[in-house]
Design a protein around this ligand. Structure first.
Ligand code: HSE
Length: 445
């Protein structure tokens, strides 16, 4: 719905007054003059729908009806736009359907909903002549949806590489910078409002994978169900890995990658070593980063807060303004996002070549290192460097503890991931190997 040509206030409904919803109300109220200038008319919060009306809110609410019933918004003909700011799949999906069916344009930050039900919801919106805007669903305050969908539209996008989960990045940064434990860092991320209601979706890589699926649709014009993207979270990273990476000149980041590879898309979300001094390694705390290569523009780098109340509210309010002035409707109609004829992505296998970082915990006795390097050699894997700290000298094992366990940390030269995984299957079957070995990809630029 284009709302141009009038100076009457536009009335919007807010569904969900949690961290993001409260931030949106604060921004709309506190920055009303500035927002009116950009929207061409005032934007008025007309009603809110919440789960618990008695709960304290992190904003001063205007005098508006607050109810638990979505009909307060969907059935009010004076409300033309709804900001759907609740997480999870249900009741978010049913609410989105009800809002669209009752003539509302919808702005949302819910990437799980789009990654799971995007095709059916976008089709419904198109059929009803409505729009869905979702800048806040990916990378919080970074305008990456507009950048890929509109500003870089002239380019054939070759690759996307990004840090897309603020909570994971916050946890990794706290662990590396002040030695916080994983649990302490996660609790702090939750207290700061970065984490999802269910933080396992942050730390197991689900959130970043859903965001990668959405960005890949915009960039490559294909649809990939997020569950088909190989995914490992930071719940597999411990402090020793972080220290070994630092010793080699790297940091560990949860990196989402999608790139063209022989007519297919190579995609994954996994912790990776990123070289200290490169932009991804310098992305700290709740910041997100996205590096994109387009054939005309070359490499671009976006960096900004990817989680938290006001950065996410910034993106939601920009979408509300775009919907008010009619830009969203035009883009939504012309780009045919997630339409029935969107092709499915063809995913590439795991045979891409890169350097790999391995941690293999072994019993420290003669011949073990030779056995392991022998297996790597048998798979055509060349070793660039090896670290083994003397467990007695470091105090990790008493002199009487013979033979102690020790970590072998190996950096390989570039080799196919499939070869490394095959080799590790053999290595992990050796008597001297304790537990499952860790393998992380290495990004040198
Ligand atoms: N929980 C998300 C993150 C924020 O930590 O990045 C919303 O996308």
């Amino acid at each position: 719905m284009a709302h141009t040509g009038s100076t009457e206030p536009v009335r919007i409904g807010i569904v969900g007054l949690g961290t993001v919803g409260s931030g949106v109300v604060r921004l709309l109220v506190d920055s009303a003059d500035h927002i009116t200038r950009h929207a061409g008319r005032p934007i008025e919060v007309a009603a809110a729908v919440v789960r618990d009306p008695a709960k304290d809110r992190d904003c001063t609410l205007p005098a508006i009806p607050i109810s638990t019933d979505i009909a307060t918004i969907s059935q009010d003909p004076s409300i033309t736009i709804a900001a759907l700011l609740v997480g999870g799949l249900e009741p978010a999906r049913s609410m989105m359907v009800e809002l669209l069916e009752n003539g509302k344009d919808v702005v949302t930050a819910n990437k799980a909903l789009l990654a799971e039900h995007g095709p059916e919801l976008f089709e419904l919106a198109r059929r009803l002549g409505r729009s869905i805007a979702f800048e806040a669903a990916v990378a919080g305050g970074i305008p990456i949806v507009a950048a890929i969908g509109e500003c870089l539209a002239a380019n054939r996008i070759e690759s996307i590489r990004g840090i897309l989960n603020g909570t994971s990045n916050f946890i990794l940064t706290r662990m590396e910078e002040d030695g916080s434990s994983y649990a302490e860092a996660l609790a702090l991320a939750q207290a700061k409002g970065f984490a999802e209601a269910d933080p396992s979706m942050d730390v197991d890589g689900t959130d970043a994978t859903q965001k990668l699926a959405i960005l890949s649709h915009l960039a490559f014009g294909v649809w990939v169900p997020w569950k088909e993207i190989p995914r490992t979270g930071i719940d597999t990273v411990d402090i020793d890995l972080i220290h070994y990476a630092a010793e080699l000149g790297y940091r560990i980041r949860l990196v989402a990658v999608a790139r063209r590879s022989n007519g297919r898309l190579a995609m994954r979300v996994a912790p990776a070593l990123v070289k200290i001094g490169t932009p991804l390694a310098e992305t700290r705390g709740a910041y997100n980063a996205v590096s994109i290569v387009g054939d005309a523009v070359g490499r671009m780098f976006f960096h900004g807060l990817g989680a938290g109340q006001m950065p996410t509210a910034s993106a939601v309010v920009a979408d509300i303004i775009d919907t008010v002035v009619g830009r969203t409707a035009i883009t939504f109609r012309t780009t045919g996002l997630l339409s029935a004829d969107t092709p499915a992505a063809k995913l590439a296998g795991g045979d891409a070549s890169e350097r790999h970082f391995l941690r293999i915990v072994v019993t420290d006795r003669p011949g073990v290192l030779a056995r392991i390097t022998g297996i790597l050699g048998d798979h055509g894997i060349s070793i660039a460097s090896v670290i083994q700290h003397d467990p007695i000298a470091t105090g990790d094992a008493p002199a009487t503890s013979i033979p102690p366990d020790v970590a072998l940390v190996i950096m390989t030269h570039s080799c196919p991931s499939s070869a490394v995984h095959e080799a590790l299957l053999s290595i992990d079957r050796c008597d001297a190997v304790r537990g499952k070995s860790v393998c992380l990809g290495v990004l040198d630029e």
